[in-house]
Design a protein around this ligand. Structure first.
Ligand code: AMP
Length: 230
């Protein structure tokens, strides 16, 4: 039986595969912190530190932010007291070097890595991401098809007019998918070679809630690598 406490759940999949939604649902169900590097980096850009403009350049082009910067952000975040009994990682690691750093950090803290690998066709991702809208005020994310706001294109929480994120433009989405493809294989191979549990989930078929239930069921009952809940 996988021990939910003391585990780091690594949600791994292409942009637009539903990692963010699943991370939020899982965080609620499992009472663990949700750590999303994309959100942390956007926060850095907003705070406009010296490196903010540089980071923004990488993000707007759909390229990855350099490993050293992201690794440091994560090392600081998971050293916080709310992470001692586990957490949910959304969007990290994305490269082999990030994966190596993470496994080392987890080992020193006695936290077990559990990878949840989201599988989805790139065409489905393109269709989904082009419908994505975000609130510029509170950061809430909607989708005009799968999770529309109640009123027009306005935020349910604060009524702000929703925007298309700069990196959700089609040309940028294609670039982000290319970046994912390049890194995904070596990173998954690395996890498997390191003996990390990897659960495959097919994201294209069922609703987010059904997927969450399956993931939780699998996490709780599985003690074997590479089991498949889909
Ligand atoms: P996301 O919100 O996860 O789709 O991330 C948005 C953008 O932030 C990505 O396209 C990257 O430019 C950057 N980013 C997020 N997480 C990472 C990461 N682990 N490593 C490098 N860049 C990242």
């Amino acid at each position: 039986m996988t021990n939910v406490r003391g585990s780091a759940f690594i949600l791994f999949g292409p942009p637009g595969s539903g990692k963010g939604t699943q991370a939020e649902l899982l965080a609620q169900h499992l009472s663990l912190p949700h750590i999303a590097t994309g959100d942390m980096l956007r926060e850095q850009v907003r705070a406009s530190h010296q490196r903010g403009a540089e980071i923004k350049g990488f993000m707007q082009a759909g390229n990855l932010v350099p490993d050293e910067f992201v690794n440091e952000l994560i090392a600081n975040r998971i050293a916080q007291p709310d992470c001692t009994s586990g957490f949910i990682l959304d969007g990290y690691p994305r490269t082999l070097r990030q994966g190596q750093t993470l496994l080392h950090l987890l080992e020193t803290r006695g936290i077990r890595p559990v990878v949840v690998h989201f599988k989805i066709d790139h065409d489905v991702v393109l269709a989904r991401l082009s419908g994505r809208r975000q609130c510029p005020q509170c950061g809430a994310v909607y989708n005009l098809v799968t999770h529309p706001p109640k009123n027009d294109e306005r935020c349910d929480k604060d009524g702000s007019e929703l925007i298309v994120r700069e990196d959700d433009r089609e040309v940028v989405i294609r670039n982000r998918l290319k970046a994912y493809d390049k890194q995904a294989g070596p990173l998954l191979d690395y996890f498997k070679r390191a003996g990390t549990i990897v659960h495959d989930v097919d994201m294209s078929r069922v609703t987010p809630e059904q997927i969450t239930t399956r993931i939780i069921g699998t996490i709780k009952s599985a003690d074997q690598p590479s089991s498949n809940p889909s």
